[in-house]
Write a protein that binds this ligand. Structure first.
Ligand code: 16G
Ligand code: ZN
Length: 532
């Protein structure tokens, strides 16, 4: 084994660079990633062996980043993100200084983690549409072959589709767990399409939804999903679907563009009050928006999706006679203060705030029976506890109304990809809820009004000196900085602001909100000056 790894590793030399497994795996300029992907492949096999041969997923994507970037991340057996304790092991292998050192570190992990290497490792993987994808896949298969892992290449997939497949594979043939679904791309469409058709039965047509796919992998996959559902009940217009022009990926389009620029992607020609949505490059984020009759742009971001989903699910659960299920919403410090107030005061549901990064939100959501989580940037889903799954599956309705609600709730569970935020599944979730409520985007938007807010990126010499606490809402270090922020915030009506080190870029981000637009801007500038 050692000789095989050394031989294969020679083809994938490590550049002079320090690598770290960030918020969403390794992500950087693609030309730096060859050795990293090779080594993450070794770790994926070890992870599978440590898990008794359960299948581990590996996704090659850099999400909403520029086309020149790429990245790699691992998916754990139930479709969740890699166990945080293993992120350090990924960095250990990625930073091994030579082929020999790599083998030494690899063997070190086997000893430290008590891994039985006679267990057959199983790994599945997929990639997004980036030009650098195929060469990175070659590095990966070199690693998997070197250690004798079984693997399946699923080709092009969205990130959430890969998460779905991992969970499907690992829940097949389990004595006391229902399989999550058919472990094929086709099975993904079939499951979601059937749930959507069920939920839309008898509902009035809502008109066309225009979806900007960021010129990424979401485009062909959304078309396949639409095909599976059928035009009669899903009228979607796909724009920005040029996946054969790699330079167009995420350029002037996509969820990140719309959220940060707060305007339409230029290719959009949607008419007033028409529903529009944008996905990101690997289709795990979605934001909605529309233009009013006066041409003004309105963003319906992750907070608006979370509140819509939470209110619908809370009503449905009650109507189904399952009021005992605990429903909660998980947000980050970036959630608009108005959304948090709406959830707690109007919907009467608990809100938990976690640090940025899907893994934190997801983990907190699983503490509820039905946990709705969304980052303001549009990444999110709903998780259901084992107790919720079994209550929903086994409850006997006491009236025809309860029976209908229960059937809808069962279909909703199938519609949602609870492994991770999934833009395609979230799109259908929003479409279903709007149809059930009889709402257009304007009615949805009017549920509450966002406080004016501002996000500023501040270049600093060393972002690692910024140590946050309280779900990143307060700074512990550098000393004295938080006191200055507090005293500034105190001067603004409905003022709130925080500064945190980015987990993905060399910068500090400052967020502010206040009662008035000008005040939110001024507060952001003031806090930026304090941290700069
Ligand atoms: C990553 C995270 C995203 C988070 C963003 C924050 C995942 C899959 N992705 O893209 O959830 O919002 O980082 O970036 O966890 P920042 O730390 O640079 O603000
Ligand atoms: Zn993404």
């Amino acid at each position: 084994m050692a000789a095989a790894i050394i031989e294969a590793s020679k083809k994938h030399p490590k550049p002079d660079q320090v690598f770290s497994y960030g918020t969403a795996g390794f992500r950087m300029k693609a030309f730096l990633l060859d050795s990293v992907v090779f080594r993450v492949g070794l770790l994926a096999a070890l992870r599978s062996q440590r898990q008794g041969g359960r299948t581990i997923g590996l996704m090659i994507t850099a999400s909403h980043n520029v086309p020149e970037d790429n990245g790699v991340k691992l998916v754990d057996p139930m479709g969740e993100m890699l166990d945080e304790r293993w992120e350090a092991h990924a960095a250990t292998l990625a930073n091994a200084s030579s082929d020999e050192d790599l083998v030494a570190k690899y063997e070190g992990l086997i000893t430290e983690l008590k891994i039985n290497t006679s267990v057959q490792a199983n790994v599945i993987f997929a990639k997004d549409t980036r030009e650098s994808g195929p060469a990175l896949v070659a590095a990966l298969t070199d690693a998997l072959n070197a250690v004798g892992a079984n693997f399946t290449d699923y080709g092009l997939l969205t990130t959430p589709q890969l998460h779905y497949l991992v969970r499907c594979i690992n829940t097949q043939n389990l004595p006391d767990t229902k399989p999550y679904g058919e472990p094929t791309e086709e099975g993904y469409y079939t499951k979601i399409a059937a749930a959507y058709r069920k939920l839309m039965q008898g509902k009035p047509r809502q008109g066309q939804v225009t979806v900007d796919c960021a010129n990424g992998v979401g485009a062909p996959k959304l078309k396949a999903l639409a095909e599976a559902i059928g035009k009669d009940i899903f009228d979607v217009k796909v724009i920005n679907d040029a996946i054969d022009v790699p330079s167009k990926l995420n350029s002037q389009c996509g969820a990140d563009f719309v959220k940060t620029q707060q305007r339409l992607p230029p290719a959009s020609q949607a008419s007033a009050l028409a529903r529009c949505a944008s996905l990101d490059g690997d289709a795990d984020r979605i934001v909605y928006y529309f233009c009013d009759s006066d041409g003004s742009f309105h963003l319906l971001d992750g907070d608006k999706i979370a509140t819509l989903a939470a209110s619908f699910i809370a009503d449905l659960v009650k109507a189904a006679g399952l009021a005992d299920l605990r429903i909660g919403v998980v947000q980050t410090a970036y959630a608009n203060g108005s959304s948090t107030a709406y959830i707690t005061k109007t919907l009467g549901l608990p809100v938990v705030c976690t640090p940025t990064g899907v893994k934190h939100l997801h983990h907190a959501a699983t503490k509820f029976d039905c946990g709705v989580y969304f980052e303001a940037n549009g990444h999110g889903t709903v998780t259901f506890s084992l107790a919720a799954h079994s209550a929903i599956a086994s409850h006997s309705p006491e009236s025809p109304a309860q029976a209908t609600a229960l059937e809808n709730l069962r279909a909703l569970v199938d519609l949602i990809n609870e492994t991770v935020g999934d833009a395609l599944s979230d799109l259908l979730l929003v479409e279903v809820i709007l149809a059930h409520k009889g709402w257009g985007p304007k009615e949805w938007n009017s549920t509450y009004t966002d406080l004016p807010n501002r996000l500023v990126r501040v270049e600093v010499k060393d972002r690692s000196v910024f140590k946050a606490t309280d779900a990143e809402r307060r700074l512990l270090e550098p000393t004295g900085v938080q006191e200055k922020i507090d005293s500034l915030v105190g001067k603004y009506k409905q003022g709130r602001s925080f500064a945190r080190a980015s987990g993905t870029e060399d910068a500090v981000r400052v967020y502010s909100e206040a009662g008035e637009r000008a005040e939110a801007d001024e507060l952001a500038r003031g806090v930026a000056d304090i941290v700069a």
